[in-house]
Ligand binder design. Structure first.
Ligand SMILES: [Zn+2]
Length: 377
């Protein structure tokens, strides 16, 4: 469920991205609106009219979720948290934070801002609907505004369910955190409730599919799956933060990695290095100074007959904040760079000298070892 994302646009400095689930599920939303919701409230309209209402309603749902997530993000920014992007899933969004809120109070306010904004938007739509009804607004915009009034109150209400990582679950976690002063434990409880709630949704979805409304059942089922996946992922992120946070990257890196020199021809690079060691990436040095790295994928894009004329220098990726991390940096900053750029290996720098390489695989392996040996807290 947390697969490919596409960036759509930027708003107040936040990148708004959609998860692939939107592309798969938005036809289902349009269909359930055009064939289920609108015909049951507005009788006797043409089929095409229902489809238009379904399409605009889905767009409105999209805007409503962006509005909800913006409320979270603006409050989070006030507390100095960096929000790199807002990703929209079909049922809501996730404002991606690199770090946890600084205090239970901050978490509480960030969490509650979303539902409050949705309820406010719902109230505004109710007023607009009432006014539109009096001035005989055409049925398509009137119906869509009415739907938005309904769906925003549903968004606010659904998100208040105390199941982490929903907003209600965050509110609950903030309370547990304040009470016990233990963030990992508060997260464990809140995400367990979230996961149980997801299971309950899945089961009642199946029950609905068999006994009453198939389409309502399908939605509950999908919501349940989403919630369980999200509860697991968010819990894992918090554990990674507590287990790896505050520890320097030098503890987790592989020191003295093999390097290649920048004047090496590509055919030699492939035969003598990629094929021999099976590493996918090599740091590139020039007079013992690190100048970048070369990845097997970069060579793959070049025709074979040019491998003899080109050297590593011609294709290397220069060092940047995207592919390097300082030896004394927090291990979490490495995870956060990998998360942001999609890189699975980073060069570890000590000044301009290469100190080692750190890989995502090693970090995750270490994390699961630590969990095995030390438990959660
Ligand atoms: Zn929310």
């Amino acid at each position: 469920m947390f697969g490919t994302r596409a960036t759509l646009f930027e708003l107040y400095g936040f990148k708004i991205r959609v998860d692939l689930t939107w592309i798969f599920l938005s036809p289902l939303v349009i269909w359930s609106l055009a064939q289920g919701y609108f015909p049951s409230y507005y009788l006797g309209l043409a089929d095409a009219t229902y489809w238009w209402m379904g399409a605009f309603g889905t767009l409105g749902l999209f805007g409503s979720i962006v509005f909800h997530e913006l409320a979270h993000s603006l409050v989070a920014r006030r507390y100095g948290l960096r929000i790199k992007s807002i990703t929209l899933f079909i049922f809501g969004g996730v404002a991606q934070m690199d770090e946890e809120p600084p205090s239970p109070k901050a978490e509480w306010l960030i969490a509650i801002a979303g539902p409050i904004s949705s309820f406010a938007l719902s109230a505004a739509c109710y007023l607009a609907f009432a006014a539109g009804y009096r001035i005989h607004l055409p049925i398509v915009p009137l119906g869509v505004i009415g739907y938005l009034a309904f769906i925003n109150s549903l968004l606010g209400g659904f998100n208040l369910i105390p199941a982490f990582p929903l907003d209600g679950g965050r509110v609950l976690r903030a309370a547990l955190w304040y009470w016990k002063q233990d963030l990992p434990r508060a997260t464990r409880w809140a995400s367990r409730i979230g996961s149980l709630f997801g299971l309950a949704l899945i089961l009642s979805g199946i029950f609905h599919m068999i006994t009453s409304s198939f389409i309502v059942g399908v939605w509950w089922f999908i919501l349940g799956l989403f919630l369980r996946a999200a509860a697991g992922t968010s819990y894992y992120q918090v554990i990674a933060r507590t287990k790896l946070g505050g520890k320097p990257i030098r503890l987790f890196m592989t020191p003295n990695p093999a390097t290649v020199s920048s004047d090496l021809p590509l055919d030699v690079l492939v035969e003598e290095h990629f094929y021999r060691s099976l590493h996918e990436m090599y740091p590139v040095t020039e007079d013992a100074r690190l100048i970048g790295c070369v990845h097997s994928k970069q060579v793959a894009g070049i025709p074979r007959d040019r491998w003899t004329e080109l050297t590593v220098r011609d294709i290397l990726t220069p060092c940047s904040a995207e592919n390097t991390v300082a030896v004394d940096a927090d291990a979490l900053s490495a995870l956060s760079i990998m998360n942001r750029t999609g890189a699975t290996r980073l060069l570890v720098l000590d000044g301009d000298r290469l100190a080692g390489v750190v890989t995502l695989k090693d970090l995750l392996k270490l994390l699961s070892l630590k969990l095995d040996l030390e438990g959660v807290t």
